[in-house]
Design a protein around this ligand. Structure first.
Ligand code: PRP
Ligand code: ZN
Ligand code: MG
Length: 226
């Protein structure tokens, strides 16, 4: 059990595609921190709202454990870990609070350029490499397809060429990585973007009020952007 906190704690990606836009968005909400570039914990100055800089994949778990109250993370990561919790019989502990309009990408199924794609049934009996096993497994079940999921934590696009897999399921943004590896996207499993994630259950009074204030400012900032 985490001791009660009277400051709000937000987890963002330490480095990567969402890191700078996430920080910029929070700054546009009037937040500021006493920071040193390589500090992983930034103490909030303008409001009692602190930042934790972490691996994006760790953000849902930090919220689930109550280590952080909110996080900015890709919807793809949030859903993947949410499905994984369901499969393992864990209650939902986090959910999407707001879509943030940056970091757009999609989770797609891609096959070698040479394949004559007819439809998902072509995947029956094939091996599909991915870092999104729960999302892929769920999609395959929906399609009624029996295929083997090969779990890789990165460089998924190289798996077909190495003979490790027949197809892949990975994030596609510009499509350059797929093209460079002679793969083509054939189906989209999920449209993703950066989201504000929060707990499934309401926060306690003090942090709940801070979160409400932040949400009001965030909604204002998002309206101006769109
Ligand atoms: C993501 C994803 C793809 C690539 C797609 O990887 O896993 O490999 O981006 O982007 P593109 O369509 O613009 O080429 P990322 O670079 O985020 O690193 P990671 O796989 O290590 O998370
Ligand atoms: Zn990651
Ligand atoms: Mg990648």
């Amino acid at each position: 059990n985490t001791p009660a906190r009277d400051r709000l704690r937000i987890a963002i990606q330490k480095s990567g595609r969402l890191a700078d836009p996430a920080r910029a968005l929070l700054t546009s909400c009037g937040l500021s921190w006493r920071e040193s570039r390589d500090r992983l914990f930034c103490y909030g100055e303008s409001l009692p709202v602190d930042l934790l800089l972490v691996r994006d994949d760790d953000i849902p778990g930090l919220i689930a454990e109550g280590v952080c109250d909110l996080g900015i993370v890709g919807r793809n990561v949030l859903l993947e870990q949410g499905y994984d919790r369901v499969v393992n019989g864990n209650p939902p502990a986090f959910r999407e609070w707001r879509a943030l309009g940056f970091g757009g990408c999609r989770l797609a199924l891609a096959v070698p350029d040479g394949w004559d794609w007819q439809g998902p049934e072509q995947l029956a009996g094939k091996r599909i490499a991915t870092s999104y096993p729960a999302s892929l497994t769920r999609w395959l079940a929906e399609q009624g397809i029996d295929a083997k999921v090969v779990l890789l934590s990165g460089s998924v696009e190289i798996a077909p060429r190495l003979g490790q897999a027949d197809a892949i399921c990975d994030l596609v943004s510009s499509g350059a990585t797929l093209a460079a590896n002679q793969l083509k996207p054939v189906t989209t499993l999920l449209e993703s973007e950066a989201v504000l994630a929060g707990p499934a259950e309401p926060l306690d009074a003090t942090r709940g009020e801070l979160a409400d204030l932040l949400l009001r400012r965030l909604d204002g900032a998002l309206r101006i952007r769109h």
